[in-house]
Design a protein around this ligand. Structure first.
Ligand code: NAD
Length: 311
């Protein structure tokens, strides 16, 4: 019998459907690293989200493992090269959360532009700050999208519907796709110099790490609003904190941080900054995204175990 270990919270569909296909499923969301190392050797399938770190040590302890299934997009918590070198298939469901993350990015843009979170905090504190702040519309503003993949393109469509002028940059030439979506495909420097809003949707490739640092922040328009729902490592957050304090950046809305939860003193300062909006990595945390991810993942895992005759 094929056995699957699930170590992070997932949609119940995964548990039920794998079971329906004859897989024995052990659902242990929140399992500790030590317990994982102790039991992972008993399983052919390991299902994780982003919390579980599937390191070389875990893979070495997983003698029977045939499939690592990531219920989501990013594979940065999995040592993919090492897993593949050991003949283990790594499967994910990258398309499942595109709409949810794109909607969150648009929501964060509006939240930042209208100071929604700040005003909410003030009212809850007994204040009534009507007339104290002036927001901005998204309509007619230039949105710069860094990383024009699945999510970046969906954000472009939604932003165009709101009436934004959209420009995008990607390391891959996506000019044809951009034209179809009514988007200007520009170089990196043009994008950061000329955007009113910048939203980041790159995958965490080595050259994406810290691609927004002090130099790039200084090139941006005064009063720029930055949204990051990709990965925390893409922005040098210490430089971002400085740019917020200098007034260069009007607001930043971040769903991702370098350390989640934040732990360094400067990160704590950043998340408490009045013009910073933080959500705790909730891009894919919708019922719809989780169900879509579950369906895609189960389909791929079942196909793999059947076509490779794993028993
Ligand atoms: P994707 O692979 O479809 O698109 C990523 C794009 O980034 C690609 O077109 C790639 O060429 C581009 N890219 C990579 N490095 C770049 C660089 N240095 N400069 C410019 N472009 C670069 O991925 P996607 O599904 O659109 O996801 C985008 C990001 O969103 C990923 O980082 C993913 O991990 C993240 N994500 C976050 C959440 C969340 O909960 N916040 C959920 C899902 C995905």
């Amino acid at each position: 019998m094929v056995r699957a270990l699930i170590t992070d919270p997932v949609d119940e569909y995964i548990v039920n459907e794998l079971g329906r296909h004859g897989v024995i499923v052990d659902y242990k969301p929140g399992i500790s690293k030590d317990d994982l190392l102790r039991i992972v050797g008993d399983y052919e399938i390991l299902v994780v989200r982003s919390r579980t770190k599937v390191t070389r040590e875990v893979i070495d302890a997983a003698g029977k493992l045939k499939v690592i299934a990531r219920a989501g997009v990013g594979l940065d918590n999995i040592d993919v090269n090492y897993a593949r070198s050991r003949g283990i298939e790594v499967i994910n469901a990258p398309e499942g959360s595109t709409q949810s993350v794109a909607e969150l990015a648009i929501g964060l843009m509006i939240t930042a532009a209208r100071l929604v979170a700040l005003q909410d905090r003030l009212v809850k504190g007994g204040d009534w700050p009507k007339g104290k702040f002036m927001g901005t519309e998204l309509f007619g503003k230039v949105l710069g999208i860094i990383g024009f993949g699945r999510i970046g393109q969906r954000v472009a469509e939604l932003a165009r519907a709101i009436g934004m002028k959209v420009q995008a940059y990607d390391i891959v030439d996506m000019r044809d796709r951009a034209v179809k979506l009514g988007v200007d495909f520009v170089d990196f420097e043009t994008l950061i110099r000329s955007s009113d809003f910048i939203t980041i949707h790159v995958s965490l490739t080595p050259n994406a790490k810290r691609m927004i640092g002090e130099r790039e922040l200084q090139m941006m328009k005064d009063g720029v609003i930055i949204i990051n729902t990709s990965r925390g490592e893409v922005i040098d957050t210490r430089a971002l904190l400085k740019a917020l304090n200098d007034g260069k950046v009007a607001a930043a809305a971040l769903d991702v941080l370098e350390n989640e939860p934040p732990r360094e003193p400067w990160e704590i300062e950043l998340v408490k900054h009045p013009r910073v909006i933080i959500t705790p990595h909730i891009g894919a945390e919708t019922r719809e995204a989780q169900r879509r991810i579950a369906e895609i993942l189960v389909n791929k895992v079942v196909n793999y175990i059947m076509s490779n005759n794993i028993k």
